[in-house]
Design a protein. Structure first.
Length: 146
């Protein structure tokens, strides 16, 4: 009888652990989507400001972009890819974790480009799209079909 109760307890604990993991994965995806939206919004505003010659606004948006982008690597815990969570939950491809150093390098390239703008080089804003593509092209899947 004790072994049956122990087995039942073990199953319950494993089940709770899975639920906690699923919830924390969902939180990680939610947090990274919010960070990505901040980066996209900041990038767009930075580009507009740079084009208009508004150095203060370009620098402010570059700094906001940098702050969010510096979080990215922590917002991609292993197991939060579309293969595990589904295409509707995330666009993150499993290749991120298989090629982690390439993922980090691409993220660092984006941060470095934004740092140029933050330092006052408004012409650097033009190349931001290419740095975003350094992650999006190899590591982001297509939008899920509804």
């Amino acid at each position: 009888m004790k072994s049956i109760m122990a087995a039942g307890l073990a199953v319950a604990v494993i089940g709770i652990g899975s639920a906690v993991t699923s919830a924390s994965y969902a939180d990680a995806v939610k947090d990274r989507k919010a960070a990505m939206k901040t980066v996209a919004k900041s990038n767009k505003a930075m580009g507009k400001a740079a084009k208009a010659g508004d150095k203060a606004a370009a620098v402010a948006n570059a700094n906001a972009l940098i702050a969010s982008a510096k979080q990215f690597v922590t917002l991609f815990p292993k197991g939060t890819d579309r293969g595990k969570l589904g295409e509707k939950a995330t666009r993150a491809k499993p290749e991120i974790w298989a090629e982690w150093s390439k993922f980090e390098t691409a993220n660092n390239a984006m941060i470095a480009q934004a740092m140029k703008v933050a330092a006052g080089d408004l012409s650097a804003a033009k190349a931001m799209g290419k740095t975003c593509g350094g992650c999006h092209k190899p590591f982001r899947g297509p939008k899920a079909k509804k």
